[in-house]
Design a protein around this ligand. Structure first.
Ligand code: NI
Length: 170
């Protein structure tokens, strides 16, 4: 196992649509383990495979609530099958560090996919879990949370980002 490098905006791999996992093998299991370690190490509550440079439809989530020490969710080839309502939540992303903004998403969702052993799983989620699932599934389609902002907020992000780049170069 090992921590992987997290790709940052504007790395083009974050814009790539990830491809489905056809067969679970040692390599994909290893990727899942490495992604899990990378997420915990960051620390973060979710990670999609494109964020570590592997455009496969794999994501890991752990909301890391202290009362739940077995909260790891591994999802392979996830699909949104039901959605309703809405929730607005202040989101951040390991690939867009130091930037947070309110994003509107479905409030209640059902997601189907496969676990680490390619057994079918169905997750019904609301609240933070629904937000994180949608955020990570967006990654698999090459989308970032900043794409879901309105034009003004998106403009603020771009200006902040450019300023940070300049400071980094100075
Ligand atoms: Ni993210």
């Amino acid at each position: 196992m090992g921590c992987l490098q997290i790709r940052k905006y504007p790395d083009p791999i974050l814009r790539k649509k990830a491809v489905e996992v056809g067969r679970m093998d040692r390599e994909v299991r290893r990727l899942i383990d490495d992604m899990t370690e990378t997420m915990y190490g960051a620390p973060g509550i979710g990670l999609a495979a494109n964020q570590v440079g592997r455009p496969l439809r794999v994501l890991v989530i752990d909301l890391q609530k202290p009362e739940n020490n077995d909260g790891l969710i591994v999802l392979v080839n996830p699909q949104l099958t039901e959605s309703q309502g809405e929730i607005v939540y202040e989101e951040g992303c390991l690939s867009v560090p130091e930037y947070f903004a309110a994003v509107k998403r479905y409030g209640e969702i059902t997601v189907r996919g496969f676990d680490r052993d390619m057994k079918p799983v169905e997750i019904r989620a609301s609240g933070l879990l629904a937000v994180v699932l949608q955020h990570e599934m967006d990654h698999l389609d090459g989308k970032l949370f900043i794409d879901r902002l309105g034009p003004i907020t998106r403009d603020i992000f771009k200006r902040k980002w450019k300023k940070k780049q300049k400071e980094g170069q100075a």
